[in-house]
Design a protein around this ligand. Structure first.
Ligand SMILES: Cc1cc2nc3c(=O)[nH]c(=O)nc-3n(C[C@H](O)[C@H](O)[C@H](O)COP(=O)(O)O)c2cc1C
Length: 405
């Protein structure tokens, strides 16, 4: 399962996971498993109907904690109050039309609906149901009402539903759910109303009809930056070159392939952004006239290609950057810090992230990276080897602190 938010986010977070009687209750098992592995302390509260679909003992085995389902089981402890107070957030996955209706109207007739009324903190609800139930104006009014009261709703996806019908009502896949929950729980939203443009992935420069020059960039770092910028409240768009990773939920994406296509997309999107995170691994060279068909081996003793430098995307846009914040990324095998300082100055950047390339540990195709951040205000920060998702958070927190506080 690939996720893009900082893995440290869930560490020691106390989460009350409410599970109600929807057919997608089985996905709550994977969600609980993910959250526990990520370090969260997950307590599950199930409705009676949820237990007809998934057993209590499954959640007990996964979370290592007892599952609650009875309002009157407290033995001197008022369980709906203690559970609401002990947890930092309540996440209801899946949320039936029934629980949404109860929460929207203050009905508290079982443990889960009662503890939601007590909850002083964040409540995130992921409704899932049959398409006609979802479209029902009463359900829609209830959804609107809980949103107006400050609860966060993760809308269902469209697709084939468990009942065989097609339409909106499907619970999101677990990797998208965790991304959406993270986005809703992350505070503070320090990039609110800022338009953040991220480039990610590896460009391809075609040599003939079937071959290209590229690099092993997976796109993971770019997706992590996009996820983090969104969680900080930014309005995020990604220009995505070739990438081997699944794209994160909830972010607009434009796909490109070559440096020239990336340049065209940047020209269109750059004027309306406030921050550019130029994370794509862009080719330095290109073939001026790729062969239209496949180059054959037969009859050739040797073969040489003549390449020309590809356009330098950053240098072509920074002269017009005005008040925008432009962040460059470089990956170097040697003299990392001096290269970063040189590029920061020569390319007129506000900040540069310099990644050390060490095979297997840091740089391309690895989940971790060791990097420096250098900015035009004179800060130079060395980060230890970090998971790229955690590094993305460090980079954006530094950017906010340096340019927006
Ligand atoms: C097999 C089955 C699947 C169901 N799936 C859903 C569902 O996906 N969403 C929903 O809102 N209700 C669904 N229902 C109906 C709810 O279980 C019913 O409204 C119940 O009262 C919900 O109780 P709870 O919210 O206390 O768990 C399903 C019912 C059955 C029998």
């Amino acid at each position: 399962m690939i996720v893009y938010h900082p893995l440290s986010f869930w560490k020691d977070k106390k989460i009350l996971l409410g599970v109600t009687g929807g057919i997608a209750a089985f996905k709550a098992v994977s969600l609980a498993s993910y959250l526990v592995k990520a370090g969260a302390i997950v307590t599950v509260c199930m409705t009676q109907h949820a237990q007809k679909l998934v057993g209590k003992s499954t959640f007990e085995a996964i979370t290592g904690r007892r599952v609650y389902d009875d309002l009157f089981e407290g033995e001197g402890n008022i369980v709906h109050i203690s559970l609401a107070r002990e947890n930092q957030c309540i996440v209801i996955v899946p949320a039936t039309a029934n629980i949404v209706g109860k929460v929207a109207n203050g009905i508290a007739d079982d443990l889960l609906s009662t503890l939601v009324l007590v909850a002083p903190r964040q409540v995130v609800v992921a409704p899932a149901m049959n398409v006609d139930m979802w479209r029902n104006p009463i359900v829609q009014e209830n959804i609107k009402r809980i949103e107006e009261k400050g609860m966060q709703v993760i809308p269902p996806d469209s697709g084939i539903l468990a009942c065989g019908e097609v339409g909106t009502g499907r619970l999101k896949e677990v990797e998208d759910l965790v991304e959406e929950i993270f986005y809703r729980l992350y505070v503070p939203k320090k990039l609110c109303r800022k338009r953040v443009l991220v480039t990610a992935g590896a460009t391809r420069e075609w040599l003939d009809a079937v071959r290209f020059i590229s690099n092993p960039s997976s796109g993971l770092m770019g997706c992590a930056l996009a996820s983090m910028a969104r969680a900080l409240g930014g309005e995020v768009k990604v220009i995505m070159a070739s990438s081997s990773v699944r794209f994160p939920s909830g972010i607009a994406v434009e796909r490109v392939e070559t440096v020239s296509e990336m340049q065209e997309a940047l020209k269109r999107a750059f004027p309306s952004c406030d921050i550019l995170l130029m994370n794509a691994a862009v080719s330095d060279f290109q073939c001026p006239t790729p062969f239209p068909s496949k180059i054959k081996k037969e009859g050739r003793e040797s073969f040489s290609l003549s390449l020309v430098p590809a356009p330098d995307l950053l240098s072509s846009i920074t002269p017009h950057k005005g008040e925008k914040i432009v962040v460059g990324f470089c990956a170097e095998t040697e003299d990392l810090l001096n290269e970063a300082r040189r590029k920061l100055k020569n390319k007129n950047l506000d900040m540069i992230v310099a990644n050390r390339i060490t095979k297997g540990e840091s740089g391309f195709e690895t989940p971790t990276s060791q990097a420096w951040v250098v900015d035009r205000k004179g800060n130079e920060i060395e980060f230890p080897l970090l998971d790229k998702r955690d590094l993305a958070e460090e980079i954006l927190v530094h950017l906010v602190r340096t340019f927006f506080e």
